[in-house]
Design a binder for this molecule. Structure first.
Ligand code: HEM
Length: 252
């Protein structure tokens, strides 16, 4: 029997996942280079160096880690669902921690420099994204890791959770683009139009973020990369106890 088609599909998937990781990592590295090399580096003292922690943590947490937390359902689609759920939750927790550090950094910097809070479109969209991300995380925890609702309610909520996850990733990338533009206009307004190297680097960062989002959107929504249905697994109610103790969900 000719099994070359599934093999070709598998290697295409591996290439696309590899490309998404290269794009995501390059975005984080480029943000670090921008803030580290062009904006003077990092500190935790309320200064502009503390502000520099903000873009790095937001790109790392709300873009790269959030994207990868979603991608684990495609990469490990043939692994036991409870392990994948746990990994999904852990990567989201890391994303949450990074983004809280990033938000504290910018609020701290605004307090010390007497800059008003929450005046810009970027900050409004950013705060909305962060609040929704926190709600999504808590709901995911309650519905799927410590299932407090009945399996019928969970089944109803699942498509909402999936939709909101992708929407939040798109919002995070959009908010980052707004933040990048705003920062460039604050820092290099007079030289940006002259193809200042800092501006070019930040523009490339924006392009990488868009490509990361598009590639992730493709990998997440493509039907053949979805987890194959497993009726036996679906019928089991995965309780948190079984996750922590590693026992079969049917074990009393
Ligand atoms: C999803 C990612 C991001 C979120 C959720 C976010 C959120 C926020 C929020 C809520 C503020 C307001 C802080 C305050 O009022 O004290 C802010 C400020 C700021 N952010 Fe971001 N940010 C993100 C990414 C970025 C990136 C990648 C940059 C690029 C350099 C950036 C640049 C800025 C700048 C320049 C400010 C200060 C001016 C302002 O308040 O708009 N942000 N951000």
């Amino acid at each position: 029997m000719d099994d070359s088609a599934p093999r070709a599909r598998g290697s295409m998937f591996a290439w696309l996942v590899g490309a998404s990781q290269a794009l995501g990592l390059a975005s984080v590295v480029l943000t670090g280079v921008w803030m580290g090399h062009y904006r003077g580096g990092f500190a935790w003292d309320g200064s502009t160096l503390e502000f520099n922690v903000h873009p790095l943590c937001m790109v790392l947490g709300l873009v790269f880690l959030q994207g990868d937390a979603i991608l684990v359902y495609r990469v490990f689609r043939n692994e036991a669902k409870r392990n994948v759920k746990l990994l999904h939750g852990i990567i989201h927790l890391l994303a949450l921690i990074a983004s809280i550090v990033g938000i504290v950094a910018v609020f701290d910097n605004h307090n010390v420099s007497n800059t008003p809070h929450m005046y810009s479109l970027h900050s409004w969209c950013g705060m909305a994204t962060l609040v929704l991300f926190c709600i999504q995380w808590v709901m995911g925890l309650l519905f799927f890791l410590f299932p407090v609702a009945s399996s019928r309610i969970r089944a109803l909520y699942l498509p909402v959770h999936v939709f909101c996850g992708l929407a939040l990733l798109i919002m995070s990338i959009g908010v980052s683009l707004l933040g990048i533009t705003e920062k460039l206009l604050f820092s290099i307004a007079s030289t940006y139009s002259k193809f200042d190297p800092e501006g070019v680097l930040a523009n490339i960062l924006g392009i990488l973020l868009v490509c990361f989002g598009v590639l992730l959107g493709y990998l997440i929504t493509k039907e053949e990369y979805r987890r194959p249905p497993n009726p036996e697994e679906e019928s089991l109610s995965v309780h948190f106890k079984t996750l922590t103790e590693g026992r079969s969900p049917t074990t009393p």
